[in-house]
Design a protein around this ligand. Sequence first.
Ligand code: PGA
Length: 251
Amino acid sequence: MKRKKVVAGNWKMNMNLEESKKLISELMQINVENVDVKIAPSFTNLFHSNIMLDSSSIEVISQDMHHEQKGAFTGEISAEMLLGIGIKTSIIGHSERRKYFGETDLILSKKVNSAIENKMKIVFCIGEELMDRNNNNHFDIIESQLRNGIFHIESSQFKNIIIAYEPVWAIGTGMTANSDQIQEMHQFIRDLVNSKFGNEISQNIKILYGGSVKPSNAKEIFSLKDIDGGLIGGASLNFSDFNSIVEAANE
Ligand code: PGA
């Protein structure tokens, strides 16, 4: 089964308006056939980023969304608001949201429901802490994050999901999981999807790796059997690194 690779840049809380305009004008040069390229700027940069990339194949996505449609939720952004400015995909469940903003599996499952109800696509993040791995708990953690976060949705909706496996200990630390660890976990995730939703869906689901992906390791990671691309943090903030990673996925 040949799945088209995905490379998504998660800008996190970086890039003011001017910086983001500069990076986007560089990103416009990207022209690849075999990779779906996405960028996730901050909320304040979504609108103009989407306009600037209107005629490009790069998709602009959000880093998060709230599960309610509207109301008294100061500081939050809903699916309806995102759709209103042409944003059709959201990252949900990034480990920084789980860790710093107390987002539990229950909250994340509500966000997933809202995205699905609003016909949005989802990049759903999962990942274990270093302690989980050291205690040999990592498979249990990943399984429970999947079961609690997305396994309740209808199988017909599963095509709207991309899974991003990001071991928390590898995010922004320069430490990358090694190839065996990555392939082993991605295969485990695909097998779980198979046992829940069947072979066809499990063969089609895209599973990205995230955690210190950079130009020097992207090619090796993307060549692994069950890896369908990457969610890129730090290295998505400069054109040259991000472009090299996209090129590595395009091979
Ligand atoms: P990193 O972040 O590439 O800087 O490790 C990845 C992520 O958090 O998505």
